[in-house]
Structure formats: structure tokens, C-alpha cells
Design a protein around this ligand. Structure first.
Ligand code: GUN
Length: 296
């Protein structure tokens, strides 16, 4: 059994990005600039945005945060999106989700200029991804692709089972691994809460990607010998062994499942650390105009 070390991979990719940024600066090219819009004071969102800011600093990007009060109108948020769409200093930006209930998330996302949508949430980017055209791929699926590539996991002709059909993880993951380019060419089954015979289907997987949001959902009896298991789940559970009184676990029963597999991502330290790195990679692509080099 081999651990897919997301923490180490993320560190390596950050070093690669930092090198590219130094080269860009040495060539009097621009310094990549990532911006984030944060509406309200949801603690998890604050933490995510601070982590993104810290990661930008580590690789030499400029970052800026636009903080708006929770009661801001939808119009106000749209105005800030328009401002960033037109700000040539900013290469890419995100609107941190969730937004307060009175704001229509879809409307906000559709207002982001696709060439600056480094979260890859805009329908244009999802359409382009589906057609295997250059696009921004959202953070979690992009991070998983990076892990599969860097660990040289074969996907061609393999049976992939994706559990969970969210717009930001399960659904894009199933599309990406069905595409004709590596990592892809797999036979993909997308399972969800209404799937019948879930256990049986999971057991047929050469590669199992779990994004159900259910702690310890995948048990050893659902796993084929030597499968590759990617765990996207993250849950905080009480623990008397840590100072904080909590520890993190995934959707997979790691202790038992890890005995049967060829590769597995741990929680924490698997998919999680890769997500911010994906955002940095997308920002670098935006700064270099790699995705949208044609006028829109
Ligand atoms: N909230 C949780 N994950 C994400 C993400 O990847 N992007 C944005 N914008 N908000 C999030």
C-alpha cells in the first residue's frame, strides 16, 4: 500500500510555481495577482480565504481581499465582480462560497468573466472542460488530477467509480476521467444518494473517488483488492489524543480500507492540501494567458 502524499506534492508544486514567478519577475513580466471577494463573516470562509492569502505569499503572488458585510446587496456584490472583471492588475479572482442566503450564487458566478474565473465555476469553463478545450478546472478535481498524474496512476481502460455528484467535485471528476486525454480514458460510473447496489458498484472500481460528505462511509468490504482510493471527505471528530480535542477524518474508513488498496489518500494530508495549490496553478495560467489567449 502506498500513501498518496498530498501535503508533499502540494509543497513540490508550490516550489515549482515560486520558481516560475521569480523567472517572470526577472523578465520584467507581471507578478500573478489573485483576488478574493468575501461576503460576511462565516468562520470557515474566513479561514479558507486567509489560507489562500498565505499560499499566495509563499509563491510570490500578489493577493487582495475584498471584504463586504453580510448584509451587502446582490447588486453591490455584482458591482465588485464587475470591478474585478475590468481591473487589469488582477489576473484571476474568486467569490468565496457560500454567500448569504439573500444573494443568488448562480447569478454572481455567471457574472464573473470566464477568463478570470480561476475557480472554474462559470458555465463557460464547465462547458469548455467538458469539451476538453482549455479551461480552468475547479480546485478539488484539478488537485485530484495532479495527484493521479504525479503518482503515475494508470487510468486508461480502468473502471472508475465516483461517489457524489456535486457540481464542484463528483460531476466534474466523472467528466474529466472520461475525456480522451490522460488522466482519462477511463470507464466512469457516477454514484449518488439514489444509487442502487452502491456496495457492489464500489467493489468493481479500480479507482474509487469518494466525495459523499459522509464520515467513514466507505468500508473495507466495499473495496476491490489493490484499488486506488481517493478520499475527498473531511470531518472534524472529537478526540482525546489531540491538543485541540478534535481530529480530521474522511469519508473512508482509512485504517481498514488502507490494508487492501494499492494507493490511498489520507485525511488530512491527501486531497485537501492540493486544492489551494490548484487555485495557484490556475492563477499562474491566468497571468500567462494560457487558457484564454483569444479575445473574448
Ligand atoms: N467554498 C468552499 N470551497 C470553495 C471553493 O473552492 N471556492 C470558493 N469560491 N468557495 C468555496
Amino acid at each position: 500500500m502506498k500513501i498518496i502524499d498530498g501535503k508533499e506534492t502540494a509543497k513540490t508544486i508550490k516550489q515549482e510555481i515560486a520558481k516560475e514567478v521569480s523567472a517572470m519577475i526577472d523578465n520584467d513580466d507581471k507578478t500573478p495577482h489573485l483576488a478574493a471577494i468575501l461576503v460576511g463573516d462565516d468562520p470557515a470562509s474566513q479561514t479558507y480565504v486567509s489560507a489562500k492569502e498565505k499560499a499566495c505569499k509563499e509563491v510570490g503572488f500578489v493577493s487582495s481581499i475584498y471584504r463586504l458585510p453580510a448584509g451587502s446587496s446582490e447588486k453591490k456584490v455584482l458591482e465588485v465582480v464587475s470591478f474585478l472583471n475590468h481591473d487589469d492588475e488582477v489576473d484571476g479572482f474568486i467569490v468565496q462560497l457560500p454567500l448569504p442566503d439573500h444573494i443568488d450564487e448562480n447569478k454572481i458566478i455567471q457574472h464573473i468573466k470566464p477568463s478570470k474565473d480561476i475557480d472554474g465555476f462559470h458555465p463557460v469553463n464547465i462547458g469548455r472542460m467538458t469539451l476538453n478545450l482549455p479551461s480552468y478546472i475547479s480546485a478539488t478535481p484539478f488537485g485530484i488530477l495532479q495527484l493521479i498524474e504525479r503518482y503515475k496512476i494508470e487510468t486508461e481502460g480502468k473502471r472508475v467509480v465516483v461517489m457524489g455528484r456535486s457540481h464542484i467535485v463528483g460531476s466534474p471528476m466523472s467528466i474529466l476521467l472520461s475525456r480522451k486525454t490522460y488522466p482519462g480514458n477511463a470507464t466512469v460510473t457516477l454514484c449518488h444518494s439514489r444509487t442502487k447496489n452502491l456496495k457492489q458498484i464500489a467493489k468493481s472500481a479500480d479507482i474509487l473517488i469518494v466525495a459523499m460528505g459522509k464520515q467513514g462511509f466507505v468500508t473495507a468490504d466495499m473495496i476491490q483488492d489493490d484499488a486506488v482510493v481517493i478520499d475527498v471527505g473531511i470531518h472534524r471528530i472529537p478526540s482525546d489524543k489531540t491538543k485541540s480535542g478534535f481530529r480530521l477524518v474522511g469519508d473512508v474508513d482509512f485504517d481498514n480500507v488502507s490494508r487492501k488498496v494499492s494507493y490511498i489518500t489520507p485525511v488530512p494530508g491527501g486531497v485537501g492540501p492540493m486544492t489551494i495549490v490548484s487555485l495557484l496553478m490556475n492563477t499562474l495560467k491566468a497571468a500567462k494567458n494560457e487558457i484564454y489567449s483569444m479575445p473574448e
